[in-house]
Design a protein around this ligand. Sequence first.
Ligand SMILES: [Zn+2]
Length: 703
Amino acid sequence: MAVALSSSDPNSYSESDRCEVTFLEWDVAINFENHTISGFAHLTIKRKCDNLDTLVLDIRDISVENVFLTESGTQCQFETSNPANVSFGSKLTIKLGMVPEQSFKISIRYTTSSEASALQWLSPEQTAGKRQPYLFSQCQAIHARSLFPCQDSPAVKFPYKAKVKSPRDITVLMSAEREGTEPCPEDPSHVFYKFSMKVPIPSYLVAIVAGDLESRNIGPRSKVWSEKELVDAAAYEFAETEQMLQTAEQLGGPYVWGIYDLLVLPPSFPYGGMENPCLTFVTPTLLAGDRSLADVIAHEISHSWTGNLVTNRTFEHFWLNEGHTKFLERKIVARFKSGRDYFELLSRQGLQILQQTVSFIENSPPGNLMWPSLWSRFVSHGKKHYQNEIKSQSFIIFAKLNEGHTMFLERKIVERMHGSSLKRIHASEGWTALQETVKSLQDAKEDPYTRLVPDLRGVDPDDAFSSVPYEKGFALLYYLEQLLGGPEIFEPFLRAYIERFKYQSISTQDWKDYLFEYFSSQEDQQKLQAVEWETWFQGLGMPPCQPDYDGALLLEEPSRVLSQRWITQPEGDLAVFSKDDMNNWPSLLVRQFLQFLLDEENSLPLVKVIQMEQVYSFNAVKNSEVRFRWLRLCIKAKWVDCIHLALGFVTEQGRMKFVRPIYRDLYAWEEARLETITNFTRVRSEMHSTTAQLVAKDLHLEE
Ligand SMILES: [Zn+2]
């Protein structure tokens, strides 16, 4: 019977209702030879109950040498145990010997294991430059306990200072402001790097990286860091960071973290990005060369508000972090990126698409459309008449844009039409992703993880991790936005929510209570009462209702039409396709095209897939989202030649979003299964431990 490790958090032994860490001073040395970090964690603790004579912390594979009261030096007895017999940590119980002051400091001298689950150590040969070893951490969800003894629960937030000893040639960065280096008098080959994070953060946002790193300035408060080999490409790819930050500030309020730097990691980094404060970690698979995958940056930037400022109290409420962040991400992309993308699309595809878009406007409520006369003329005309009207208006619009006189009109139209429809494309892509996740969880008999608020007693949150908290969470917020009157009404709520709960950790109930408090009119209350809350939060499978994604249909049209042509065209007559079919398409449309083919029940016949490669040369595409879908399409068509390409893709980068589905697809194909398992076994030791552990489950090598 699965049990909660403590009453305040199913995944943490630390009893944060009895006392709380309020500050961390981390004083450690990195040892690249032994793959360990050792030194002191000095914790300031605030007592919250009268009878606190023991302190309980989370650890995982950590060897504790001694524990003492920092001020007096008095040694404390301690013991480790694992009463719940879980695989994801142990309980460090420290006997305080008396009931301490309201606030006191305790020091723990310790060494991490070379197998610490938070850390990946790379040899010089595994890096791009092959000059220095490399170390990076990933503490979310509950790996901080393998890096330092802590209350490893997101309910507890604390600022920190760090002093990290490292070889002189290796640059160390943390999720904090850099405070320079200090010489190391007794060991001139080493230096101390100093850091300070002044905003209280949960343990999972403590992050460290050490390697042969360089930086480029990409904005007034931003640098991008990576190995020298990638740094210029990264500076180009992420040049829009400052504009995105400003867009995010319009939605979320002031950015409180000071600097916003980006770190491009080695390819084995398991996620798209990790929102470590002051220093977002990202996968190198974002380096598409055309800034087309910057939605991940919009996502990580959004976490500066939802997640890092307002935090889930336990990982059962992870959707509060990820659902809200997806929601903000798509709003930023719609406001900032898509305006441009759309405009390019307009210019390329001309009048016909413009007509369709205008008809989309006609069918949308006027909202904030700022040119009422055009609006009213559009809607007052009959269908037939309207076609001609639009034709002439379209030319006027283009003419005016060319003259540069109507920036106002351009922005409003592009934003209104495109912003919102492009947001809908991303949103409907998310819905498709959710459907796939739900199906694969159901196939794996893991239905309980399709709940928006899952029960994580006895469960490692990494095992429950999927797109559900992201996309089901997004769908709920998007549904509520439509229900309550649209962005003009809901965006102020989002901002008020952040203001209300900033610097706190909250539960789903806190969120819901505030929603009901904010939308207090009788009409809104009636709407909210009618929502199927129980099904949204606790229901298995897909959400009880689907938000309206209709706006996406228009923009997806070219992808849909072309995919249908490929499906219906007779196999003997494929010469009708040419590379002009998707001439100058933005990569989002190419993604959609491949996704439509993947969504089909039947696989596309092999002869068509082979012809598609001849015509469109997908094997040569760099964009990782396009490559991912293309390889899945090839696997679905059982194209034997593509097996080595697919295995290459999952070996050269370790982003779980790509690696796990492709490994699962290959496993399901009997002819490819043995080669797939062999490949995994061969490269496993070079993979990130979290990815390796989960892929091993996907390949049925471990329970
Ligand atoms: Zn996220």
